[in-house]
Design a protein around this ligand. Sequence first.
Ligand SMILES: *Cc1c(COP(=O)(O)O)cnc(C)c1O
Length: 462
Amino acid sequence: MTNDVLDCALGHARRYLAGLEDGPVGSTIGLEGLRERLDKPLGREGLPASEVIDQLVRDAAPGLVASAGGRFFGWVLGGAVPAAVAADWLTSIWDQNAALYACSPAAAIVEEVAGAWLKDLLGLPMQASFAFVTGCQMAHVTCLAAARHALLKKRGWSVEEDGLAGAPAVRILTSEHGHGSIARAVGLLGLGRKNIVRLATDTHGRIEPLALADALDGTRPTILVLQAGDIATGAYDDFETLIPMAKAGNAWVHVDGAFGLWAAASPTKRQLMRGAAEAHSWATDGHKWLNVPFDSGYAFISDADAHRAALSYRAAYLTHDDDARDQIDWNPDWSRRARGFATYAALRQLGRAGVAGIVDRSCEHTRALVEGLRNLPSVEIVSEPVVNQALVRFRDMRAGAGEADHDHRTDAVVERVNASGEAFFSGSTWNGRRVMRISVCNWRTNAADVDRTLAAIRNALA
Ligand SMILES: *Cc1c(COP(=O)(O)O)cnc(C)c1O
């Protein structure tokens, strides 16, 4: 029975991948339609496993978004390279609990090895500790928990034992544009969103050094969050200038590099990361630019002792190993998926050149999309690509049209492109104006996808 349902799933998987070229990119069904298809009475008796899978595939199909394919440019999602998908399947078959070395020696060693590969690829200090987490959001939580521990310990306060009530307030300096996952991490860790200080940026979203100088006082516990790749513009903060300033002001420096940290893996983009290795912690994703399936983020922390002190826990029923790396000492989870296998497989399939190739090609395709749009009537390039992100606005060409009309037309064009099923984009607001985001992070995207997407946008403009 197990084999039958796996054969059945393999068949569906093959057909899904084969259909990525021809099928619509966006979902083709509304909320009510999906509920009708999927909301079945939960019967007393179960169903044969293959029947469950056949029905699931049939019912879910119109509500799936082809973000695994090459013409999906919404948000910052990423696809999945074949070896990583296959390793991810086997992770479920093996069903290891990657909490402790003792629960799965292979899962522990694979994380140990892949963690070292990642530090090397990303140009981070080799003595940094790391954690394989669910995504960049939890990487921020992990890194900022270590920061909170270190900053308060210096002031004679054990936050893990004593809590935060009565502790000195920790300030979090970040850009006006900083990603929302930072505010969520700050909220979860009890640091208080009111303690976030938004620093002024230049027009690309990079923190102004003078704004940082004004905010640092050298005495209050402070975390500076810098960006390697702004979610909207892809801009990189000036690490070489800002990190030494922050360190002189006794701040902990954390880098949000959810997608942008991967520039370090490309010889042609690496200069964007100059000076970033001097920070205290770094957060990034495997499921974005590396193209590992979802459920893959990484936290790196230069002060391994602070990291371990913030997260480690000992319980009588656990079996700890003195020589191996028990993941529970570094991760916020207890039981957890052995997510290291997928990363390990992706890195081995791609090699250094393969990772650099995904980064470079995504940047080239982003540039090609922008160049293809630049001279079309009504197109305004709001943000030129630094890496794989760009912002475009579609102006309303009627006489007397104002910003609100341009906003409206921009959203309408995005909707029309998405409704065509040929490509998928998401919108955003940048400096108060609606824009279409271009985000290329899928290993499958090729020049033909770019041409087909440009044709779909031209159609939508017509
Ligand atoms: C996607 C993203 C995040 C959040 O990462 P998740 O993997 O979704 O948790 C944080 N920061 C930036 C810049 C991002 O692009």
